[in-house]
Design a protein around this ligand. Structure first.
Ligand code: AMP
Length: 277
């Protein structure tokens, strides 16, 4: 695995290859969820590039940005144990020699869930991914379904920019307990991390009952499950259509849908979702 810190050096190397490129952008604090994306990428492309960049423009608060885990040395050694060919760890100056703040028309995708609770977040995500694509020029890029809304946003950006890049979605990797792996789990106390497995158990309960209860009943069930945990805050729970994230109604339960949830545990936002049908 070769590590690059500058755009010029990375591009010089990639240009000389004449091979298909798979790309996995990350913000670091690498876990098995990230590593699974590398495995998927290896199956599709001749060489794989991953990046680590904690993007300031997608955070809503300076505090959240400052607090985001940064574990570059450990991350590099985790990547080095995989089949990853190139690791790109740029500075902010390399990514933003100028402002990248284009407004995209996400056609409502950015108005629900994460978009509603984190204003400006998806504009930051779309712009940094566009910038990374401009640098790496991949044939394929890999994103986790854990951030399902982000995946749809990126597909929209690629469509609007008319980029010739195939976006490939990869399933959610979980801890043995069922808790979705996340860099933010590092902030949880051991006790909270153990208890947080309840989030996925609640989603599984929704799935089991999906065709037997109304949407309102399912929502109430989730509220009471989450309320059992003292100090947890349910930021949102919603059942929405895969294709456009509009709310699924009782009449259209056969339309491909997922249940989406965000719970604050020890004030850490934990995000998860489950396929329902
Ligand atoms: P992040 O470093 O959190 O920005 O995530 C980088 C990529 O890894 C994104 O495409 C995420 O959706 C994906 N990812 C994060 N956690 C998981 C997980 N538990 N399973 C699968 N993909 C994940």
């Amino acid at each position: 695995m070769k590590v690059f810190n500058t755009v010029t050096e990375l591009q010089r190397e990639l240009k000389s290859l004449d091979k298909t490129i798979g790309f996995v952008p990350t913000m670091g604090a690498i876990h098995d969820g990230h590593l699974s994306l590398i495995k998927h990428a290896k199956k599709h492309a001749e060489v794989v590039v991953a990046s680590i960049f904690v993007n300031p423009t997608q955070f809503n608060s300076k505090e959240d940005y400052d607090k985001y885990p940064r574990t570059i040395a450990v991350d590099s050694s985790k990547f080095a144990e995989t089949d990853l060919d190139y690791l790109f760890i740029p500075s902010e100056g390399e990514i933003y020699p100028k402002k990248y703040d284009k407004e995209y028309d996400f056609q409502g995708l950015d108005e629900v869930m994460e978009g509603k609770y984190r204003p400006g977040h998806f504009k930051g995500v779309a712009n940094v991914v566009f910038r990374l694509f401009e640098i790496v020029k991949p044939n394929y890029a890999f994103f986790g379904e854990k951030d399902y809304q982000q995946l749809l946003i990126i597909k929209k950006m690629v469509e609007q920019e008319k980029l010739d890049i195939e976006i490939i979605s990869c399933p959610i990797i979980r801890e043995n307990s069922g808790l979705a792996m996340s860099s933010r789990n590092l902030h949880l106390s051991e006790k909270a991390r153990f208890e947080a497995a309840q989030i996925y158990k609640t989603l599984e309960l929704v799935k089991q009952n999906y065709f037997f209860k109304s949407i309102t009943e399912l929502e109430n069930m989730v509220k009471s499950e989450i309320a059992k945990q003292a100090d947890w805050e349910l930021e949102y729970f919603q059942i929405a259509r895969n294709k456009d994230l509009q709310l699924t109604t009782d009449e259209e339960k056969s339309v491909s849908s997922r249940a989406f949830i965000v719970v604050r545990v020890e004030n850490i936002r934990l995000i998860d979702n489950i396929v329902l049908n």
